[in-house]
Design a protein around this ligand. Structure first.
Ligand code: ADP
Ligand code: SF4
Ligand code: MG
Length: 343
């Protein structure tokens, strides 16, 4: 087995909450990411899924040190990223890039597209203007845009085209690893497939690894080799895509999955419908033990007392649950509706 490209161990990111007073004392902490561990191999896509507020964006940014991690280790090709000085980090940034969710907010509206896409080349390479123009034209064509539109401004493009501009900029320096933070969530469903196909083609051609962040399973199902499901700052289940979709043992994953329609009419008819009660609790004061217990229909005293570890209950899949769902077990609406849990 070759060494992973990216290795994340026990990554923690907390944000201080400051009081209103003059001294702005820290009054509390948001535990946005509470001990994530996973690997990503070269050329692989790891999907990272969870409801809004589960800490996905914070994790993606912390891995690139756009947010300084509170603790934990991030290795890139075996090198500890958290210990790099700013010069070494600047060099490494060329190889790790990010595409943001909102193509409207992430592109400078005052710059023509040629400058937006060419900026990393100005900062990180010694290309002269001619070389740069040629490279930018090539990049625009690689992402399905017309190179002659490079002198236009972001507002002259549609949402899907703007996301392609963001992608062209992210791949300008031939990165090995790209964090895709909900890259199609802000786009019309009709243009999502085009952008997903583009990302897949670029990965095939260039061998980039992706951390593909999404808030539901329907998108990552089509693009991921492996999938990690996050809830309140922790991974609750992680494994091979097929194993996760076919034999997920975690109540939260099963709930997310029940929201995804399936094409096969027979399977669609027998699809589980799991309704989760309530909202995601606050990450300022998360539930004791298993963080999902306040919404879980299988929760017991053990779940409140002890946080479950990730364990392999089915091959190719690690699940953090004291009472995992068996491979042949079907969850019914009646099961989940009985979930009224005392704190
Ligand atoms: N800069 C910040 N300061 C304080 N809290 C933050 C900050 N960024 C994110 N959070 C909090 O961290 C939690 C996780 O946020 P985020 O990583 O954006 O989740 P996701 O991307 O899964 O929606 C949320 O409760 C959010 O309010
Ligand atoms: S550990 Fe308990 S509360 Fe958590 S998901 Fe499993 S059964 Fe539900
Ligand atoms: Mg996010």
């Amino acid at each position: 087995m070759s060494e992973p490209l990216v290795e994340v161990s026990d990554l923690v990111k907390t944000f201080p909450i400051k009081g209103d007073g003059f001294l702005q004392r820290v009054v509390d902490q948001v535990q946005a990411v509470s001990g994530l561990s996973f690997d990503i191999a070269a050329g692989e896509t790891l999907g990272l899924v969870g409801e809004s507020g589960s800490g996905k964006s914070t994790a993606g940014r912390a891995i690139l040190r756009l947010h300084e991690p509170t603790s934990g280790s991030i290795k890139f090709e075996g090198r500890e990223v958290t210990e790099l000085d700013s010069k070494a980090m600047q060099e490494l940034r060329q190889r790790m890039q990010i595409v943001f969710q909102d193509p409207y907010a992430s592109l400078n509206p005052k710059l023509p597209v040629n400058d937006i896409v060419g900026e990393p080349l100005v900062i990180h390479t010694k290309m002269n203007r001619k070389e740069r123009e040629r490279k930018v034209a090539q990049l625009l064509s690689d992402v399905g845009l017309q190179p002659e539109h490079g002198n236009r401004y972001p507002h002259e493009f549609s949402g899907g085209q703007r996301q392609r501009i963001g992608i062209a900029r992210a791949i300008a320096l031939d990165p090995d690893f790209v964090v895709l933070d909900e890259p199609v969530s802000a786009l019309d469903v009709s243009v999502q497939a085009g952008v997903l196909n583009l990302l897949r083609r670029l990965q095939d051609e260039r061998g980039m690894a992706y951390l593909f962040i999404a808030h539901d399973l329907s998108v990552v199902r089509h693009v991921s080799h492996r999938v990690a499901v996050m809830y309140l700052g922790k991974i609750v289940e992680i494994g091979e895509r097929k194993a996760l979709f076919q034999t997920s043992a975690h109540p939260y994953t099963r709930a997310l999955m029940s929201a995804v329609p399936v094409a096969d009419p027979h399977r669609e008819r027998t699809r589980e419908t799991i309704t989760l009660e309530g909202d995601v609790p606050s990450p300022i004061n998360p539930p004791s033990g298993c963080r999902f217990r306040t919404r879980c229909w299988r929760a017991t005293d053990l779940c409140a007392a002890e946080a479950p570890e990730l364990v392999e209950h089915t091959p190719g899949l690690l699940t953090a649950c004291h009472h995992p769902i068996g491979p042949d077990e079907v969850v019914t609406r009646a099961d989940t509706n009985s979930a009224v849990l005392a704190d």
